[in-house]
Design a protein. Structure first.
Length: 495
């Protein structure tokens, strides 16, 4: 890609979906002029001129919920997506086992919520007894290990080898990791791939010391996207001691890497039947965990949120079940701070207006609605009119921000936009079509609330070859991205 000029005028470009032809001048990383193309007398030219031939200019897109190291690593792991049973996963492990050199065989992407059989260490032991095997579920809330891997992480007595929620995160942290420079290289590559889909920024919720990791990476390479690096409770005290606040610049290029929100959990996930719900899961009535799990007690949630907010760190609370969302909203009401609820998948009707009233952003992942419709129909039977209720949230005045939860879904905002607009990703009719969003509303949610390109805004832009208003769902998913600009620099495209 050619060097980026400090000043550039984009000519014959359409201003937003369905917009007029304009000229847009970019200088020193910001939009300095936007004038109609027909206004020949307007003085906006400066530096290089670039004719975009009638293409559409949109605000840069964000992925407001990713796990970048997991996403980058998943691109190099055994792909388990679409496997129909535990036995099928074991067969795939046998086929791809490779040399028994003692290294861990990593896999990612199984979804067991609809399987007739259950993941068990014995299935993996039968096909690969000597090499450690660690398979991560698609929702990142479970890990399935064989006996060799259980012994490696000190869990040799575990009865099944399927470990869920907090314990699963501990197990994954205990596994031998790829060298930091290797993972950093994968992440640099993943950021470039994201830019190729029009992404100009991400919120990285990777578990660990994410701020410190990005300080190291930014000294090694200039990321192709802006990064907001989350803080986890185990690192909150250290962040406070350093005086770090959400939005603070960190790293070698502070304009691109900033401190993100504090990530907290109220519950688990739908696929693992650990999302905290008011009603029991079908078939689990009367058992422990019939309503899901409570990851953080309400009093502790309030304590952590209050401490973070007092030091300028914005909370982002994971909540999937309807009971979990009520708990999260109650905590925000008690603390009276701004923040986010991540996922907001199942909501009680009385909680819908609370998002707007409390000023809470709903960080949602529309691809989950289409990926998980069958799991939801089974495990949230009779409640799915309240699931992934994006139109209801928007009608109640909530601010929506789209993410992928990559690697749970691919880091591609156009997939989220298409799923939000169509509510299906296959030949079946739309699932709860009353919750579909319009293309303009979906574009705003994918751009973190930016509806317009205005003078003074950061020059975070994406140029597409097809007007999204003229695109069907298939075209939206495969949207041809001509070029992407972040902070006034081309990060993707022919320039």
């Amino acid at each position: 890609m050619a060097d980026n000029p400090s000043s550039l005028t984009l000519t014959r470009v359409r201003l937003g979906a369905g917009g007029p032809l304009v000229r847009v001048r970019v200088a020193d990383g910001r939009i300095t002029h936007v004038v109609p193309e027909s206004d020949a007398g307007a003085e906006v030219d400066g530096g290089r001129r670039l004719d975009l031939e009638g293409r559409v200019l949109l605000p840069g897109l964000w992925d407001a919920h990713v796990h970048l190291a997991e996403w980058a690593s998943a691109r190099h792991r055994l792909d388990l997506a679409g496997t129909p049973s535990a036995r099928a996963v074991a067969d795939l492990v046998r086929e791809r086992a490779g040399a028994a050199d003692g290294s861990v065989l990593h896999g990612y992407g199984f979804r067991d919520g609809l399987w007739a059989d259950a993941p068990h260490k014995a299935l993996l032991d039968a096909v690969l007894p000597d090499r450690p095997v660690a398979l991560v579920s698609a929702d990142l809330h479970a890990v399935w290990l064989n006996s060799a891997c259980l012994a490696l992480v000190g869990k040799g007595e575990h009865p099944t080898g399927l470990i869920r929620e907090h314990e699963a995160h501990e197990v994954l942290s205990a596994l031998p990791a790829a060298p930091a420079d290797v993972v950093d290289g994968w992440i640099e590559e993943a950021c470039r791939a994201a830019a190729a889909r029009g992404v100009t920024g991400v919120i990285d919720f990777q578990f660990g010391d994410t701020v410190v990791d990005w300080e190291r990476r930014s000294a090694r390479f200039r990321p192709a996207v802006r990064v907001s690096a989350a803080v986890y409770p185990s690192r909150l005290d250290a962040a406070i001691e350093r005086g770090l606040r959400t939005g603070d610049e960190v790293g070698a290029d502070g304009s691109l890497v900033r401190v993100g929100p504090l990530k907290l959990f109220t519950d688990g996930s739908l696929n693992t039947r650990t999302a905290l719900c008011r009603d029991p899961y079908p078939g689990l009535e009367g058992t422990d965990g019939a309503h899901g799990i409570e990851e953080t007690a309400p009093d502790e949630l309030v304590r952590l949120m209050r401490r973070a907010a007092a030091h300028g760190v914005v909370p982002a609370v994971h909540a999937i079940g309807d009971r979990a969302n009520t708990v999260a909203l109650d905590a925000f009401e008690a603390v009276r701070c701004r923040g986010r609820i991540e996922h907001a998948q199942l909501l009680s009707p009385q909680d819908l207006p609370r998002f707007a009233r409390l000023g809470i952003t709903a960080g949602v992942q529309p691809r989950h609605a289409t990926d998980d419709r069958d799991v939801a129909d089974r495990h949230w039977a009779g409640r799915t009119e309240r699931a992934f209720a994006y139109a209801d949230l928007l009608a109640a005045g909530a601010r929506l921000e789209f993410g992928s939860d990559a690697p749970v879904s691919p880091l591609d905002p156009w997939l989220a936009i298409a799923s939000a607009v169509s509510r299906t990703d296959d030949e079946r009719p739309a699932w709860h079509p009353e919750q579909r969003l319009s293309v303009p509303d979906a574009l705003v949610a994918a751009a973190r609330g930016r509806r317009l390109i205005r003078v003074g805004d950061p020059a975070d832009l994406v140029v597409v070859d097809v007007d999204p208003l003229d695109a069907d769902a298939d075209t939206l998913r495969a949207m041809p991205v001509h070029a992407t600009m972040t902070n006034g620099r081309w990060t993707h495209g022919p320039y």
